[in-house]
Ligand binder design. Structure first.
Ligand code: BTN
Length: 259
């Protein structure tokens, strides 16, 4: 894959994202490596990618299954001029980029709030943004993307919920090419953000979700609630109306549809 990566750098049609790509055959976590590089002052848009992660990180302290030779495990270093509470927008951008790429392959996909990408109800991609904030604002944001590309095997605990592009398409895909088109799409959305088109981004994200007006259960830490999703706010929060008519806003949580 390293030779392929060199080739995509030549072909890549971006001005910031992926202008430098740091490829590793094994890392514990690309997000962790990207944080170190950000602290060393690496340029905005630098991409860290590993063929395998031994300690890939998921949301809520979970592990992300990242075997060698099969997926795209990458992190993008960014220095956006954003208020810290707007950092979820980086995850939204990544989910829009991956959504577009999957759709361009001819697959029907959806974004599951807040940041899972599903195909026929099975998770194909997860996104984890992490940031460092100092007294003057954001020091850096790392947006990590884990896309299941060519796996045909998943461990038992996730088998029921996970899928890969290869399983859905019935053929193997070129990971370097996918990386190229993800980075190009990511940059297009990132520039929308830096030009202040936040409402547009939120609307695009909402349109790609099938959760509005649906009855769901949401688990957020110890709290479990259920009700109807009435909207997604301009800040990206899920707005839930419970059965007594009370309105709740959530930043994060695990949602499931209730029949
Ligand atoms: C989730 O739980 O849905 C988020 C998963 C994010 C996984 C990616 S893989 C590349 C990057 N490096 C990590 O350690 N995690 C993210």
């Amino acid at each position: 894959m390293d030779r392929l990566i060199e080739k995509i750098v030549d072909d890549l049609n971006t001005s910031v994202v992926g202008r430098e790509i740091k490829y590793y055959s094994v890392l514990e976590s690309t997000n962790e490596r990207a944080k170190q590089l950000a602290k060393e002052g690496y340029n905005e848009g630098t991409v860290v990618i590993a063929d395998e992660q031994t300690g890939g990180k998921g949301r809520l302290g979970r592990r992300w299954f990242s075997p060698p030779g099969s997926g795209l495990w990458l992190s993008i270093i960014l220095y956006p001029e954003l208020e810290a509470d707007r950092v979820p927008l980086m995850t939204i951008i990544a989910s829009l980029a991956v959504y577009d790429v999957i759709e361009s392959l001819g697959l029907i996909t959806e974004i599951k709030w807040p940041n899972d990408i599903l195909i026929k109800g099975h998770k194909v991609c997860g996104i984890l943004s992490e940031m460092s904030v100092g007294s003057t604002g954001i020091n850096y944001v790392i947006t990590g993307i884990g896309l299941n590309v060519n796996q045909t095997y998943f461990p038992e605990e996730i088998r029921e919920f996970a899928t890969s592009l290869r399983i859905e398409l019935g053929k193997e895909l070129n990971r370097a090419y996918l990386l190229q088109i993800i980075l190009e799409a990511f940059e297009r959305y990132y520039f929308m953000l830096t030009r202040g088109k936040i409402d547009l981004l939120i609307n695009l994200w909402k349109e790609r979700m099938k959760i509005i007006n649906k009855r769901i259960q949401i688990k957020n830490g110890q709290e479990i609630a259920s009700g109807i999703v009435i909207d997604i706010s301009n800040g990206g929060e899920l707005i839930l109306r419970d059965d007594t008519g009370n309105i709740h806003l959530y930043w994060a949580g695990d949602t499931s549809l209730v029949k």
